[in-house]
Ligand binder design. Structure first.
Ligand SMILES: Cc1ncc(COP(=O)(O)O)c(C=O)c1O
Length: 394
């Protein structure tokens, strides 16, 4: 029986099925069947947050003022830690009161930014493939989405010349993300200069997601939108503590950049949430103040896993270009299969979870994403299973 109150709002109907939720169902089924899953599906770092971060949270919990509602705009000391960190990493000067806003994870902010700025029918440019919140947030807000299809031939970089003039003129916002999830692509500084020039010309807001900035290897240094002249005039940059500091479950991230853009998001959030638990903000502040040696350790961990898996998969005939950043491998499916079928086949035959590339939009079809979220012993076990199941390219 379907009663009228059961009918969901139209904005939910615009959403394609959330592949991660579907994957969760399949994983649950496989577990019920007694399969020992090796889950390399989500971007959920293994292991705990660093010890000083845990201690920072415990110390904050002992303070009576931690337990009440936090300030809407985040604690002053966390905002200061964010701007000091940005200065240390990128030599970018930011005002902690107007140009930095803590978020309940960057996914929350990415989605709410769309609600704060997009009216139904507004044109929003989103690369395909991309992190799902970059297109799901705008879809919920009623955006007329224009997917910019990325390709391996163009190194997964946005080709601004491929965007028709009438679309560029109509567009209000462009979401983008380098180092990129899921493709692992990185963008040179010249690309940032070009996109700022282009967006300034067409008066388009730039929303850059720098979620993987510290997970970079082989001496590569990612670029911040804000370090490029003109970036802060038209854009904001999102960041998260989930990946670098193993704090995905703590739900803490932030947005920095253009004060006017941030003010709109702050106004919306003031009406919807109370911000982040103060103990989590204190812990996040501790994380941002960790010495560079911590970041180096994290980079070495992912780099070792990357090299181990690429070598092992190479022996099975898989040709994978080493990524310079992120915690993923982006792998072409065998030519006779598509993303979903390939990921399901691997799951059923081996108990290994890969994410089908089409979870990130039509431009991800034909690929799977493998997260480097298990140690080399476990990755070795995954390689053995793939070999035994005959899942190779020969
Ligand atoms: C590009 C990108 N942005 C944002 C997020 C979400 O981060 P958070 O945990 O801060 O919501 C992810 C998570 O996988 C991501 O890949």
């Amino acid at each position: 029986m379907s009663l009228s109150w059961m009918r969901r709002a139209d904005r939910l109907k615009a959403l394609p099925p959330y592949v991660f939720a579907r994957l969760d169902e399949l994983k649950a089924k496989a577990r019920e069947q007694g399969l020992d899953l090796i889950d390399l599906g989500m971007g959920n770092p293994d292991g705990m947050a660093p010890q000083p971060v845990i201690e920072g949270a415990i110390a904050a919990l002992q303070q009576p003022q931690t337990h009440g509602y936090p300030p809407f705009e985040g604690t002053a000391s966390f905002r200061q830690a964010i701007t000091a960190w940005y200065h240390r990493c990128y030599r970018v000067d930011l005002d902690p009161s107007s140009e930095a806003l803590p978020l309940i994870g960057s996914k929350e902010g990415l989605g709410h930014l769309a609600l704060a700025y997009i009216n139904p029918g507004d044109v929003v440019l989103v690369p395909s493939p991309s992190y799902p919140a970059h297109f799901r947030g705008p879809l919920i807000a009623g955006a007329d989405l224009y997917p910019i299809i990325l390709s391996e031939e163009k190194d997964w970089l946005i080709d601004l010349n491929s965007i028709p003039e009438n679309v560029a003129k109509a567009a209000k916002i462009l979401y983008f993300n380098y180092p990129n999830n899921p493709t692992t692509a990185t963008a040179p500084r010249a690309f940032f200069e070009e996109i700022i020039k282009w967006a300034t010309h067409y008066e388009i807001m730039l929303v850059h997601d720098l979620c993987y900035a510290e997970l970079a290897f082989d001496g590569y240094q990612p670029t911040s939108l804000l370090e490029i002249p003109g970036g802060k005039d038209i854009g904001v940059e999102f960041h998260t503590l989930s990946k670098t500091y193993n704090m995905a479950g703590w739900r803490v991230g932030f947005v920095v950049g253009n004060a006017k853009i941030i003010q709109g998001l702050r106004t919306l959030k003031t009406n919807l949430d109370y911000g982040i638990f103060s103990a989590v903000q204190a812990a996040a502040e501790t994380a941002l103040n960790l010495p560079d040696s911590y970041i180096k350790q994290v980079q070495e961990r992912y780099q070792t896993r990357r090299d181990f898996l690429i070598k092992g998969l190479g022996e099975l005939g898989w040709k994978i270009k080493p990524s310079q950043a992120t915690m993923y491998l982006w792998v072409k499916c065998p030519s006779d299969t598509n993303s979903t079928d390939f990921a399901l086949d691997v799951l059923q035959k081996t108990g290994i979870v890969f994410t089908p590339g089409n979870a990130f939009g039509e431009g991800g079809e034909g690929y799977v994403r493998i997260s480097l979220i298990a140690d080399c012993d476990r990755l070795g076990e995954a390689l053995n299973r793939l070999k035994q199941a005959g899942i190779c390219y020969r």
